[in-house]
Write a protein of this length. Structure first.
Length: 164
């Protein structure tokens, strides 16, 4: 596989994408348990838990929904990225690493081991912010957005149970 082209963005752009996804998850009722959980197998960007017996499920009358764990891979890319916005970077080898890393997490936190688990993928689009309106690019409707002085990030797609 050819090497990806050099990035015009600083290394922390991926962290900004993770910040965006973490805020979105929290706004939808998830609790972010860990960020950048790392072990010898690799790293999981976000580990989140949806509490099935929270206030929302009690109000709706659904008291049987168990807590769920999501191991979330966040891909932050600019327009025209070499890997289809990060989708092509979730190879079988990457999935295997995430699977093993999740197993290490569950061994470290055995109280979570019986929860239903899934592997989610979040696709984040990043573009430089510009004071000039002529340079602002329109993006497809996003699920959630975040702007900094330098960048605008849009959560373009969230894929629950993307693999596993």
């Amino acid at each position: 596989m050819p090497n990806p082209p050099p990035s015009n963005y600083p290394l922390d752009i991926g962290h900004l994408g993770e910040d965006l996804v973490a805020k979105w998850l929290e706004s939808t009722g998830w609790e972010v348990l860990h960020r950048r959980f790392a072990c010898r197998w690799g790293e999981i960007d976000l580990i989140a838990q949806y509490h099935g017996n929270n206030i929302a499920s009690t109000v709706s009358g659904d008291r049987t929904q168990p807590s769920t764990l999501a191991f979330v891979e966040v891909k932050t890319r600019s327009r025209g990225s070499w890997d289809a916005g990060g989708r092509n970077a979730i190879t079988a080898k990457k999935q295997e690493k995430l699977w093993h890393t999740a197993e290490i997490f569950l061994a470290k936190y055995p109280e979570k081991a019986d929860y239903p688990c899934r592997f989610d993928v979040a696709i984040v689009f990043c573009q430089p912010n510009s004071p000039s309106l002529q340079k602002i690019e329109m993006t497809p409707k996003s699920l959630f957005s975040l702007s900094t002085d330098l960048y605008r990030l849009d959560l373009q797609e969230y894929i629950p149970a993307a693999f596993g």
